[in-house]
Ligand binder design. Structure first.
Ligand SMILES: Nc1ccccc1C(=O)C[C@H](N)C(=O)O
Ligand SMILES: [Zn+2]
Ligand SMILES: [Zn+2]
Length: 209
């Protein structure tokens, strides 16, 4: 069965949120030094590359990674093309057949160079929270670094999604993905207390092509 990797490669030159911890992977101890093995060391923000947000990211009393239900991150997902919009809310989604998958991935096609942080991104309107809940959607994925405008402090979309039971997956790569129905797997690492986690996100073709 064909797998489509929708994760951003984590390289030392990957763009990070302005001011956030740069990503770094290095061999901290070489095989020569240890006499047996190379040992790597990773330094990163939990919001670098393809990742999930846990509600603690934007709510001090919100769920941590350990509190998340893993079954949200595995299962049928629909990909739709919303590249014509600068912001996406209930009205913009009205015309789409969202099927009965409980995961929705939005292809905005706005992400380009992985080494440059975007200056402007399409964002989600807060009325998308109740709208998605009504449609039975429990996870939203976007191909941009945030579901809110980059300069937002109130993070209205994050809060509206979370309070309606919609989990957030950010910075996926949908460039080579056709709209349609897939199986999504995007599991957070078990960083118990975390406000988010990098994920290896993949889509599996349900048709078995
Ligand atoms: N890393 C940051 C550093 C400073 C301020 C915001 C962020 C974010 O990550 C926000 C974004 N809405 C996110 O959920 O990934
Ligand atoms: Zn995030
Ligand atoms: Zn976020």
């Amino acid at each position: 069965m064909k797998l489509i990797d929708i994760s951003k490669p984590l390289t030392n030159s990957i763009a990070v949120w302005p001011g956030d911890t740069p990503f770094s992977y290095e061999v901290e101890v070489t095989k020569k030094q240890s006499g047996s093995v190379n040992i790597g060391k990773v330094t990163m923000s939990t919001h670098t590359g393809t990742h999930i947000d846990s509600p603690f990211h934007f709510d001090d009393n919100g769920k941590r990674v350990k509190d998340l239900n893993l079954s949200i991150y595995i299962g049928p997902a629909r990909v739709i093309d919303v590249s014509e919009f600068t912001s996406i809310g209930a009205e913009e989604l009205q015309g789409y057949d969202l099927g009965n998958e409980s995961r929705l991935l939005l292809k905005t096609d706005s992400s380009t160079n992985p080494e440059v942080f975007p200056s402007n991104i399409p964002y989600l309107q807060s009325n998308i929270g109740p709208f998605l809940k009504e449609k039975g959607i429990e996870l939203i994925g976007v191909d941009v670094p945030s579901v809110d405008p980059l300069d937002s402090k109130s993070l209205d979309a994050h809060h509206a999604l979370s309070s309606n039971g919609v989990h957030i997956l950010e910075n996926i790569v949908l460039t080579d993905v056709e709209p349609g129905c897939y199986e999504l797997i995007a599991l957070p690492l078990p960083i118990q207390e975390a406000d988010g986690s990098p994920v290896r996100a993949i889509l599996r073709n349900l048709e078995g092509v």
